[in-house]
Write a protein that binds this ligand. Structure first.
Ligand code: NAD
Length: 261
């Protein structure tokens, strides 16, 4: 049994993770932590009650989890990971918004504490396949733009998945700057964010979960590769897979594709 503590336990993703862990035979819920959790009790589907901690350090000491699953907010996740990893506990992270400096720091903390941290910008297997197929297409269609469409409660833009898609495409496509060499924005931001000459556009509207389209253009044709999750359940098989995989891993790992068979 792998004991899971969920950080961000009262949030949309955190509460879905708790439901999934309770229903997964090789997993056990050790506890939940949420900044708004002091004194709260969550009734679980197996008939038991889960006490929510407001203090991460206290929760780690009292519940002794094997893995912490973090779905909190970009502004606090690094602080939480310093606490978790410095205790030698493994972390699976869905919270987005990491910089290269953050990843380097986490790598050092993991190495000195003999632990592991798996950061996954998108746990949906559909999204992982979208990136894989987009990389294949980019070898032949180097002109590409990414449109990511999320619910309007999302804080960071562009999404971690859009950045990861752009990074993976940039690694395989011909280096180039797209669009007309003399193009000018008459409204700032009209052409979107730029990643190595590739444009990323972020849409924020109620009704979306976390869709993305990768659009390729070539002489006389376009190719679209897209993913449209309809509910947060789509992330749960990936979260459980990550919790199983992290047990035997070491260091910082970025992306679920890195631990797929
Ligand atoms: N990787 C993925 O596949 C994936 C999928 C969906 C969302 N996300 C990301 O996961 C994060 C959470 O998303 P959400 O929709 O569940 O958000 P949410 O706002 O519903 O939940 C966040 C929770 O974190 C809690 N929180 C805030 N600060 C905290 C702290 N210091 N300690 C403990 N808890 C704290 C909040 O009280 C809230 O309950 C976001 O960064 C989002 O972009 C990732």
């Amino acid at each position: 049994m792998t004991k899971i503590l969920v950080n961000g336990a009262l949030g949309r993703m955190g509460s879905e993770v708790i439901r999934t862990v309770v229903a997964t035979p090789d997993m056990e819920i050790a506890g939940g932590v949420d900044i708004n959790g002091a004194g709260k009790i969550v009734a679980l589907e197996d008939g038991t009650n889960l006490e929510i901690y407001a203090d991460l350090e206290k929760a780690l000491e009292e519940t002794k989890p094997d893995v912490v699953v973090d779905f909190t907010v970009p502004a606090v996740v690094m602080g939480s990971l310093r606490v978790i990893l410095n205790k030698g506990i493994k972390a699976v992270v869905g919270t987005t918004g990491f910089t290269d400096e953050n990843l380097a720091e986490l790598g050092n903390i993991c190495d000195s504490n003999n632990t592991a941290c798996l950061i996954v910008p998108n746990f949906s297997l559909g999204a992982i396949m979208m990136i894989k197929f987009a990389c294949e297409a980019a070898k032949y269609f180097p002109n590409v733009e990414i449109i990511e469409l999320h619910h309007d409660k999302k804080l960071d833009a562009p999404s971690g998945t859009a950045i990861l898609t752009a990074q993976k495409i940039a690694a395989v496509r011909k280096e180039m700057k797209q669009g007309h060499p003399e193009e000018k924005e008459t409204m700032p931001g009209a052409r979107g964010a730029d990643y190595e000459g590739m444009k990323i556009h972020s849409v924020r509207l109620p009704g979306y979960v976390a869709s993305q389209e990768v659009i390729f253009g070539n002489q006389g044709e376009t190719l679209k590769i897209s993913t449209d999750p309809v509910s947060r359940e789509c992330y749960m098989p990936g979260v459980m897979l990550a919790c199983r995989q992290i047990i035997t891993r070491q260091g910082v790992i970025y992306g679920l594709d890195q631990v797929l068979d």
